[in-house]
Design a protein around this ligand. Structure first.
Ligand code: NAI
Length: 308
């Protein structure tokens, strides 16, 4: 099984590292535009093969897409972060150009690949990829909910003082500080609602911490995070390549689901060898429905920047 990761920066390289040492794919190709960068990252990770013990073959290329031929999954992490003085529209314009040309290049050599979009603003970039490529919706998956949900479970586990792996919870909606919706009502600890253990006040704090989870790390690190984002992409790729059928919140084209049309947003999906195999219809209460509609308005405004 072959995976291409475009963008060998922090998130892309971490994803390649996790895919390798977990044996998720037999081959990983890293692509970057910075001369020698992807080659260097691939070589560095390959030199872990005998210590972390894996057989995945990694290689890197500076923009030679013929090396990516026959990929089963392509992950797009290429893009630039917002720089001081840059408007959101400018950022969207630049990243849209990058994502579009990358998608064209990878599909030329891997026409059957499933594309995982990571570059921000992720919901908008997923929508753009879908529209620009004309691929069926099951083959274009935006990664954001896997990361936001793992952060949600981290904060829940801290509040509960219990291991994160015993905690269940998910975050839906847009992948942004103000648009994501941590579903505290449905979160559980080993099957029991977390509200049995935590007050509403604590749950509200957990939700608020989750929503600014990325920004908190950017403040601490001076740049956006990469370990959890890279691992979240690898978790999603594993579910596709190895047909795990995990239920993962992903950004996907909605066509009436959750009351929305013509927009990509995070909802729980069953992820398997065909990509998005099912959108799971979780029954939301009125407050959650209202939050989802508000989140959709914000994502739509971002998509409008794309078109202008
Ligand atoms: P980074 O700056 O470390 O890496 C980006 C890489 O993309 C750079 O090495 C750059 O040279 C490369 N690149 C730029 N244009 C390219 C092109 N046309 N072709 C090939 N490579 C190209 O950034 P980082 O931290 O890895 O983040 C990558 C993206 O992922 C950003 O847009 C970031 O906002 C986003 N992100 C999304 C998350 C999510 O949950 N969806 C989580 C974390 C980051």
């Amino acid at each position: 099984m072959k995976v291409t990761i475009v963008g060998a920066g922090n998130v892309g390289a971490t994803c390649a590292d996790v895919i390798s040492y977990r044996g998720i794919a037999s081959e990983v190709v890293l692509v970057d535009i910075k001369e020698g960068f992807a080659e260097g990252k691939a070589m560095d990770i390959m030199q872990c093969a005998t210590t972390t013990v894996f057989n995945t073959q990694l290689s890197g290329t500076t923009g030679d897409y013929s090396k990516t031929a026959g990929s089963d999954v392509v992950v797009i992490t290429s893009g630039i972060p917002r720089k001081p003085g840059m408007t959101r529209e400018e950022l969207i314009g630049i990243n849209a150009g990058i994502v579009k040309s990358v998608a064209d290049n990878v599909l030329t050599h891997s026409p059957n690949a499933i594309i995982v979009v990571v570059s921000n603003p992720m919901d908008t970039m997923t929508y753009l990829t879908l529209k620009a490529t004309g691929l069926p919706k099951n083959r274009v998956i935006g990664m954001g909910g896997a990361l936001d949900s793992s952060r949600f479970k981290y904060f829940l586990s801290k509040a509960l003082d219990k291991p994160a792996n015993d905690v269940q919870g998910m975050v839906i909606g847009g992948h942004g500080d103000t648009t994501m919706i941590p579903l505290t009502r449905l979160a559980s600890y080993n099957g029991a609602p977390v509200s049995n253990f935590l007050s509403q006040e604590v749950l509200d704090k957990v939700a608020a911490d989750t929503m600014v989870g990325g920004a908190t790390l950017t403040g601490l690190l001076g740049t956006s995070a990469w370990y959890a984002p890279g691992a979240s992409v690898a978790y999603l790729v594993d579910s596709i390549l190895n047909n795990q059928k995990r239920m993962i919140p992903c950004s996907v084209l909605l066509e009436g689901e959750y009351g929305q049309e013509d927009i990509c947003m995070g909802v729980p999906c069953i992820i398997g060898k065909n990509g998005i195999e099912q959108i799971v219809d979780v029954q939301l209460n009125d407050a959650e429905k209202a939050a989802f509609a508000k989140s959709a308005d914000a994502v739509r405004a971002m998509n409008a920047d794309l078109k202008s």
